[in-house]
Design a protein around this ligand. Structure first.
Ligand code: AHR
Length: 512
């Protein structure tokens, strides 16, 4: 296959928030996964599991969404603040978690985690069993600078400074567990909740730092997702618009049609089907982006000079990842192993998000620890990094770089996928080369209109595509830096790269 890479054919800046993460009170994502409490025999820093915290520090996730997910629909934030021993105990039924919930990880624990990691927090409010007043108080508790009762309570809980949480999700999957609403009933509710958001400004002309995220459609429903977005924006265009900055679509790469296909047992057909399944998101997001803009075009011109017209809403993919059938019956809930098949779909999903950085502004992998498309798996006091973790690490250098318009794959050879970005100073290219053939090695030819030198290359692969990292073999699949001269042949503006079967590679090129 041959790929033409023109460093001047640019798409846009890759917002680091496309590499976001999602953590929820589900299975062992937070309790046991991220949070063990100060009294645990597991090494921890103020209750956060140390090995998980260290891995996240290295990853530097730019964005973390919390507390759900479906769990957000029943979460009352007051249960999770104040002295930990005095917090409420409730029962967590979320996705068959079936555990007591002591609420020791609450708002302050989440927001301190984000501060430690340098991540932007995204809090999803409770629209189902919560109220507008409860949402407003939560925002006041987090963000009010003036010494109100709620700001003073935050100070007593150890954080005198406001947290300045910008991103707020208004409802989660309201078409299903979040209320089984129609676009119209959701919009009616959305208008009330969004209108009650405090602005946190002290000057009427100062733009509010608050960013409201509306619930977008179920990306997995081809008819419904189109109708949802059309109906939502048609309704929004009638009469005045409340604050709305983002629109959150969820898409899971379902692998639920065969009992024989499990996260670690699959044949070549099962391999191909999961690999191709993740690519659908690219068509969906392009279609949704068009529908959002068609909807915005219906909004009338303002009737008064002081009115402004809503002209833009960001598209967000708040949940994405592979979802294998066994996750439904797994204990802890929704836990699944991660092989190179999942690592490849993670790479291809990040590729397509980055390639569409002019259309999508934020995205969250579902989920970071012990749930679905995990980056980390814990087992008692042991923690392993899955190959998904390596993919995110290999891709870190794309954050803030400029995406290039490079074909997704050569149509003549549909299994080698590419993506490239150019660094902010224009001196380097980072080229992703994913060989999605389960068993065949392949050579990729890269053609450039200028001189380029292969500087370094990282590769993620395994001898057997069914391999996964376990407590007994925690580093069976690990990204490694390889000697570029052993895999890249160079002549003029052409480079030939040998790619192992079922592998993800990132090649750094210096531009002449
Ligand atoms: O990520 C697991 C669940 O999937 C989330 O709670 C929900 O939003 C989605 O259906």
């Amino acid at each position: 296959m041959t790929v033409y890479i023109d460093p001047f054919k640019t798409i846009g800046r890759i917002d680091p928030k496309l590499h976001g993460q999602f953590i929820e009170f589900l299975g062992e994502c937070i309790d046991e996964g991220l949070w063990v409490g100060e009294d645990s025999f597991i090494e921890n820093e103020n209750g956060y599991r140390k090995d998980v915290l260290d891995a996240l520090r290295a990853l530097e996730p730019p964005l973390i969404r919390w507390p759900g997910g479906c769990y957000a629909d029943t979460y009352h934030w007051r249960d999770g603040i104040g002295l930990q021993e005095e917090r409420a105990t409730t029962f967590n039924e979320n996705f068959a978690t079936y555990e007591l919930d002591d609420h020791h990880f609450g708002t302050d624990e989440f927001l301190r985690l984000c501060e430690t990691l340098g991540a932007e927090p995204w809090i999803n409010i409770n629209m189902l069993s919560g109220s507008v007043a409860e949402m407003k108080d939560w925002m006041e508790y987090c963000n009010r600078e003036q010494p109100t009762d709620l700001a003073n309570e935050r100070a007593r809980n150890g954080h005198p400074r406001p947290y300045n949480v910008k991103y707020w999700g208004i409802g989660n999957e309201v078409w299903a567990g979040g209320g089984t609403m129609t676009p119209q009933t959701y919009l009616d509710e959305y208008r009330r909740f969004a209108s009650a958001m405090p602005s946190f400004t002290t000057d009427v002309f100062e733009p509010s730092p608050m960013y409201a995220i509306a619930c977008g459609p179920d990306g997995n429903k081809p008819r419904e997702r189109v109708a949802w977005t059309q109906d939502f924006f048609r309704g929004l265009a009638q009469y005045r618009q409340p604050r709305i900055n983002g629109y959150d679509l969820h898409f899971y790469n379902w692998n639920i049609d065969s009992d024989q296909d499990t996260p670690t047992e699959f044949d070549e057909a099962g391999w191909d089907s999961v690999i191709h399944g993740c690519l659908e998101l690219e068509d969906i997001l392009r279609d949704q982006w068009r529908l959002i803009n068609d909807g915005l075009a219906l909004i009338h011109e303002p009737e008064a000079s002081m009115d402004s017209k809503l002209g833009h809403v960001d598209l967000i993919i708040g949940e994405w990842g592979n979802w294998h059938k066994t996750a439904f019956t797994a204990r802890p809930a929704l836990r699944q192993q991660v092989t190179m098949r999942d690592a490849i779909t993670t790479a291809l999903t990040l590729d397509l998000l980055q390639r569409n950085c002019d259309k999508v502004s934020m995205a969250c992998n579902a989920q970071t620890i012990n749930v679905l498309n995990s980056l980390l798996l814990t087992d008692g006091d042991k923690t392993i990094l899955t190959p998904n973790y390596d993919v995110f690490m290999m891709y870190k250098a794309h954050r803030g770089a400029t995406a290039l318009d490079v074909p997704r794959c050569d149509p003549a050879d549909g299994s080698v996928y590419t993506f490239a970005s150019v660094s902010e100073d224009g001196s380097e290219l980072l080229v992703n080369l994913t060989n999605a053939h389960m068993n065949d090695a392949v050579e990729a030819e890269l053609k450039l209109p200028c001189k380029a030198w292969a500087d370094s290359m990282w590769i993620l692969c395994s001898n057997d595509p069914h391999d996964c990292n376990t407590v007994d073999s925690p580093d069976l699949i690990r990204a490694r830096k390889i000697d570029v001269d052993s895999v890249v042949r160079q002549s003029g503006g052409m480079l030939t790269v040998s790619l192992r079967p079922a592998s993800v590679s990132t090649l750094r090129l210096r531009l002449g």
